[in-house]
Design a protein around this ligand. Structure first.
Ligand code: KG4
Ligand code: ZN
Length: 363
């Protein structure tokens, strides 16, 4: 990479992924080029607790961040001296985990005398759309505005309407969110009741493949009541169904497989849960398209990796659909780098002593 290309190191440590990425301009003004995207996932550390333990997450970020940054620079064939700026997620997320990334980014910024760019995690997920070279990414020639964006992750279920493109500051309107649990949370909490490992979304997806999605009619809340989501009732419904079927829902401790559905019975539970969540998301997307006149649909965040949601989007949506590549769906620093790159272009950065004012926020 030549010096004329501004190279930004981005750091993401808001939850249980420790990630660093090097990004720069692409051949298109609305897209960013990714040179590396190193991700260390802490899933194995948190699995036995059935969810992310904040203190364990922070301590592991302390151990892993430096090697992850070094690996990311090495992969991008970039030295610290070649960096033009450093970017970091400063919220929302786990406060201790965020502070590890933010402190490292401040130190890099101060010692190299380069700007610090603080990035909102949700802006990061949205900017995963504007990463160059993706198999189903944004293409200005094919994808017309306005763009309906569905952000479905472990912490959020948001619908937005986007009316412009980077490098401009995004003109985003939040259309709706979840009143309670997020879609990913609904996957993870119901998976836990079935005694499946954390994070459960991917396991429900996996076991659903051989299941009957009509085996149980789990709730599709607020289906015809506006664009808001509500997923908290799903776990109670699954809990009650398990008890009705004579099982003992898993709450904590060791999983007693003999008291839980396994084989075909597990597949049927998973397929029915997945159908309830995906059908609800898809229905709200259809309503939002109808209400807004969106010309293109984009789905981002961890749950966008779900195979049933992808199938519904592919077969039943009559708009062009954009989804980020797998590595940019779940938490990663490349998407933070993409958002940061455009902030840098707009001079939305912190310089010299301003960097000390940067703080982390949890929600
Ligand atoms: O975007 P993400 O990595 O982190 C947050 O910002 O929350 O999303 C993580 C969420 C988890 O709830 C996980 O279970 C879910 O994404 N997830 C999936 C799949 N892969 C990840 N949910 C359903 N199906 C999948 N294949
Ligand atoms: Zn995320």
């Amino acid at each position: 990479m030549e010096k004329s290309k501004n190279k930004i190191l981005a750091i993401e440590s808001s939850c249980d992924e420790c990630s660093a990425s090097v990004v720069s301009a692409s051949d298109f003004p609305e897209l960013v080029s990714i040179h590396s995207n190193q991700i260390f996932s802490q899933i194995d550390l948190h699995k036995k607790y059935g969810g992310v333990v904040p203190e364990i997450a922070s301590r592991n970020h302390l151990d892993m961040l430096n090697p992850v940054i070094e690996e990311s620079l090495k992969k991008a064939k970039t030295s610290f001296a070649e960096l033009t700026a450093v970017a970091v997620t400063n919220g929302p997320g786990l406060i201790g985990a965020l502070l590890v990334g933010l402190s490292a980014a401040k130190a890099i910024s101060y010692s190299l005398n380069i700007p610090l760019i603080t990035v909102d995690h949700l802006q990061g997920h949205i900017h995963s759309l504007f990463i160059a070279g993706q198999s189903n990414g944004f293409d200005k020639a094919k994808h017309k505005l306005p763009l309906l964006i569905c952000l479905v992750s472990g912490g959020h279920t948001n619908l937005y309407l986007l009316k412009n493109l980077p490098p401009e500051k995004l003109d985003l309107t939040l259309l709706s969110s979840s009143r309670d649990d997020a879609a990913g949370e609904a996957f993870d909490k119901t998976a836990k009741l079935l005694g499946l490992p954390y994070p459960g979304g991917i396991w429900i997806d996996q076991y659903s493949k051989n299941g009957n999605k009509k085996a149980y009619n789990f709730p599709r809340p607020l289906l015809n009541e506006g664009l808001e989501f509500s997923f908290s009732g799903l776990k109670t419904s699954v809990l009650n169904q398990l008890k009705t079927d004579g099982y003992t829902p898993h709450i904590f401790g060791n999983v007693d497989e003999s008291k839980l559905p396994r084989g075909q019975a597990l597949a049927n539970y998973c397929a029915s849960i997945q159908e309830a969540i995906c059908e609800t998301i898809f229905h709200k997307i259809q309503s939002a398209i109808h209400q807004t006149g969106a010309q293109t649909l984009a789905v981002v965040g961890g749950v966008s990796a779900n195979s049933r949601l992808k199938e519904l989007l592919k077969t039943q949506c009559n708009l062009p659909v954009i989804t980020p590549d797998g590595q940019y769906c779940t938490d990663n620093a490349a998407m933070i780098g993409a958002a940061a790159f455009f902030q840098f272009v707009r001079n939305d950065v912190l310089k010299s002593k301003q960097i000390f004012s940067a703080n982390a926020y949890s929600s």
